[in-house]
Ligand binder design. Sequence first.
Ligand code: BDR
Ligand code: CA
Length: 318
Amino acid sequence: MAASARPLVIDTDPGIDDALAILLALASPEVDLRLVTTVHGNVELPQTTDNALRVLHLAGRSDVPVAAGAAESLVFPQPERAGHVHGVTGLGGVQLPPSPAALDPRPAVVALAELLMASEEPVTVAAIGPWTNVALLLATYPEAAERIDRLVLMGGSAGRGGNVTAAAEFNVWSDPEAAARVLGSTVPTVLVGLDVTLPTVLGEEGIARFAAAGPVGATAASVLQQYLDHARTAYGTPGVVVHDALALTEAIVPGTLGTVRRDVVVDTGGGPSRGQTLVDRRAVSDAPTAVDVAETVDSAAAVEFLVSRLAGLAERVG
Ligand code: BDR
Ligand code: CA
């Protein structure tokens, strides 16, 4: 890791694309992954937590602490999880070896708050599951939340509708009240939504490249298989949208995505557009709560970045 590597925390619900995002962070010398916090989401919390531990162990990084966070959304139970996409255990039916590391005994928000308060360098937080833990941090440790240098969120959509309902993207739909709290904060925030993730498709050729680079790459490819099958059946696409890995790319290399500062609100009503992110694209905003919304992406470059980094990690770890 480079001496100038920026401290990074990943808040996550692994999740196939979450697993890839964690591996991408570990593969990237620009950042120093200091903590992984887990949240309910794609599958139940005990499973996302175990998956996070196993993914770190796969990459030989069981030294990175993992702290478990919220098991439920803030107000309403999440209507359904995403086992049909990620597999019932969240990692596409692949059984990764268990980690020898023990779970950090602290609740996720405590671990995150302590890290933020203690860090002498600016910390990036990438939240790639439902944003329940981030909302809890804002409510319980506002002084720590204020120290977040950059909050990179995967979720929402400005103009592409939703992927769970016609209006809502999965991470926001899973906890709209938390999303409203997070997007209403003054923490410097980048929103990486479906507008930029959906066009960024990792195809079979790229997967084959890191699969051939070593056992870690081959395992990552096998975890992706179920996601690939689902994409082929559900959408007829010969590749996968690795939403969370794109958010991590922006966290690792700020400015990867073209962003515009916008006002964003979340629909927390009970109607058909519950969980929609309403992005006001009529104007650039200078409000303190405005969010840098990712609107443009060089998808080919982003896929190449992911593939080459994962291949590099696979070669290094062996
Ligand atoms: C988001 O939903 C989850 O299923 C993925 O892991 C990603 O974080 C995409 O909508
Ligand atoms: Ca996720």
